[in-house]
Design a protein around this ligand. Structure first.
Ligand SMILES: [Zn+2]
Length: 113
């Protein structure tokens, strides 16, 4: 899961003036908008577990066509060998999952709008 931030000047209804806002995206989807002056934040409801699952489904589907062909030919064999294939880049896999867990933890108790 990927978290990115950008700054933008927007009108804040609490400060009653244009203020710098921090806008946070998760997997390129809007997650929070926060006024940097009064710290009033708007959190957009986003199911992070669903995002995590969809991201991994997309990753698996975008594997080289050889794997897609194997998947079509013999699903049980494909699934049996999948963990070994995923483990071929163990650090990257570990790092991606760790970052995703941190993002999910950070937004766990945020009240939704
Ligand atoms: Zn404000």
């Amino acid at each position: 899961m990927k978290q990115s931030r950008m700054e933008a000047d927007l009108y804040c209804i609490h400060c009653r003036e244009e203020s710098p806002f921090t806008i946070t995206y998760i997997n390129d989807k809007l997650k929070t908008i926060c006024c940097t002056q009064c710290h009033h934040a708007i959190d957009v409801r986003l199911d992070l577990q669903k995002e995590f699952i969809q991201e991994w489904q997309q990753r698996l589907l975008s594997k080289p066509s050889r794997m897609t062909t194997e998947y079509r030919d013999d699903l049980s064999q494909f699934l049996f060998t999948l963990p070994i294939r995923l483990a071929s880049k163990p650090y990257r896999l570990y790092d991606d999952i760790k970052k995703s867990r941190i993002i999910m933890r950070d937004f766990k108790d945020v009240k939704h709008w």
